[in-house]
Design a protein around this ligand. Structure first.
Ligand code: FES
Length: 109
C-alpha cells in the first residue's frame, strides 16, 4: 500500500497508509501529523506545508511550478535547494511516486 512517512525534528516518525492518492499536506492534516499547517488549503499561497523530501525520492517528483517556486522563497524554515517542496503540490500514491518520506521543518510560520 502507498505510504507517506513523516519524520519530525524530535525523532518521531509517522507512517500514513494511503487508501487512494493523496497530497502530502492533506494526508498530514487528515491524520493529525504535527508541524504541517496548510493555511491556504493547498493553493500554493502560504508555504506552511513546507517539507524536506528525502533524497531517494527527489528525482521522482514533479517539476516545481511557478507558484510553488515563489512560495519556497518565503518558507519559515530555511529552504534546501534540492529537497524543499510544498506538501500541497505533491501527490503520492500515483504511478512513479508510490511512497515518499519527508522531514517536517521545525517551524512553518
Ligand atoms: S497549503 Fe498553502 S502553500 Fe501548501
Amino acid at each position: 500500500m502507498p505510504t507517506i512517512t513523516y519524520h519530525q525534528a524530535d525523532g518521531q516518525t509517522q507512517v500514513i497508509e494511503l487508501e487512494k492518492p493523496a497530497r502530502i499536506m492533506q494526508a498530514a492534516l487528515r491524520n493529525d501529523v504535527p508541524g504541517i499547517v496548510g493555511e491556504c488549503g493547498g493553493q500554493a499561497m502560504c508555504a506552511t506545508c513546507h517539507v524536506y523530501v528525502h533524497e531517494d525520492y527527489v528525482d521522482a517528483l514533479p517539476e516545481i511550478g511557478e507558484d510553488e517556486e515563489e512560495m519556497l522563497e518565503v518558507t519559515a524554515a530555511e529552504r534546501d535547494a534540492r529537497r524543499s517542496r510544498l506538501g500541497c503540490q505533491i501527490e503520492v500514491g500515483t504511478p512513479g511516486l508510490e511512497c515518499i518520506e519527508v522531514d517536517v521543518p521545525d517551524e512553518q510560520v
